[in-house]
Design a protein around this ligand. Sequence first.
Ligand SMILES: C[S@@+](CC[C@H](N)C(=O)[O-])C[C@H]1O[C@@H](n2cnc3c(N)ncnc32)[C@H](O)[C@@H]1O
Length: 432
Amino acid sequence: MARPAPPAAPPPRLLATRLLVKILKRGLPFDRALLHEHANPFVHELLYGVLRHYFSLSERVSRHLQKPLRNKDFDLFCLLMTGALQILHLRTPAHAAVNESVDIARRLGKPWTDKLINAVLRTVAKDTFEGQGIEAAFDHPKWLIEQAQAQYPHHWHDLLLANLTKAPMCLRVNATKTTREAVLETLQRNGSPAVPGALPSCIILEAPMPSEQIPGIASGELSIQDQGAQLAARLLNASSGMRVLDACAAPGNKTAHLLEHTPGIALTSVDQSESRLQRIKTECHRLGLPTPEIICARFEQLAWWDGRPFDAVLLDVPCSGTGTLRRHPDIKVLAKADDLQAHHQSQKRLLDAAWRTLKPGGKLLYSTCSMLKRENEDSVQALRTRSDAAVLDMPQIKACGLVSIETQSGVQLVTTPQGPDAMFYALFGKRA
Ligand SMILES: C[S@@+](CC[C@H](N)C(=O)[O-])C[C@H]1O[C@@H](n2cnc3c(N)ncnc32)[C@H](O)[C@@H]1O
């Protein structure tokens, strides 16, 4: 018997509108909202675009509504932001954006909105947006703008604007299987040219493409990983035979890189998320790497630890993710200033426990993907002042030429258009 045909995919603008409602109204993170959805590249472009420019688009649309929309018409508000995005950032002619939006509104069961859509989008197209608020001017929430102004008095403007650019697609070469030169040649032959990144393991694709189309992903020669994150294994710089701990390891991007970078380490990967830990096994299998010892536990309780100290520890703590706003623009809308204190407290607890597992003479690398001092310098401050801890230099960061700022204890990477996510690293040695 013939199978029934699968249901037709919804038009991209309709799917994008529905997904925006899930993210903006129900607070679902981008990745979870997209789970099980067949979102094509245009849906991604609409979603990323609206989230990236959420503060200006929402102010611009709201300005031209004669009265605020009812709660139950939030989908219409998302549709209007999607239309405004197309006109203001994707060079769609206003009449085309209006027609498409009117069509989607009908599919949403709101045929009464034709005139409203027409009026709002056509005035958005002509408006010069004088007198817009600071959130709309920089497309970031006020609390984050204020933190950036206080922390980076000379650069905050450029740093925030860099978050509005598209992140480059960075690949990590699996040094246990191939070389960067061989991969660059294959990509060139395949018609997907790429250039070497700042680190020896890194390649940057000239044009992003779906991961399943990149030669070398299925065969385990390549992984997708930002170049800032690729610094971790180089900075920890373990040696073969060492006992190494990856303290917050899942889903295992840095775990895999540690194994590629230094074959022969005895690696233990701990995380509290069982489902995310599963991905470490899958990744090691894909990359042809030995599976590390995997432990599911709340790290700071140390109930999982047999008391044998480690030679090197990587602590990649949970954080606000504000260093990755190019890739995760939903964070700008979903994260709140109050979250920082909770992250800070948990980071200090994790760091305290990680230090206890480290051998005298060993080293610990603390990392976050945050651009905020509260989660970086402030969280490592207590360790920096301990008598058995020494702040170690990380000359590899200067040597690779990525833009960065030195802090008292570590280095803050800075996002630039082709540069890395704004990760923070601090390396400590334990005095014998
Ligand atoms: C930034 S992510 C780690 C990313 C990982 N290092 C990588 O490169 O793929 C932080 C991780 O910390 C884990 N985590 C958060 N709190 C934890 C805790 N108390 N104990 C153990 N793991 C924790 C989360 O489940 C999450 O997987």
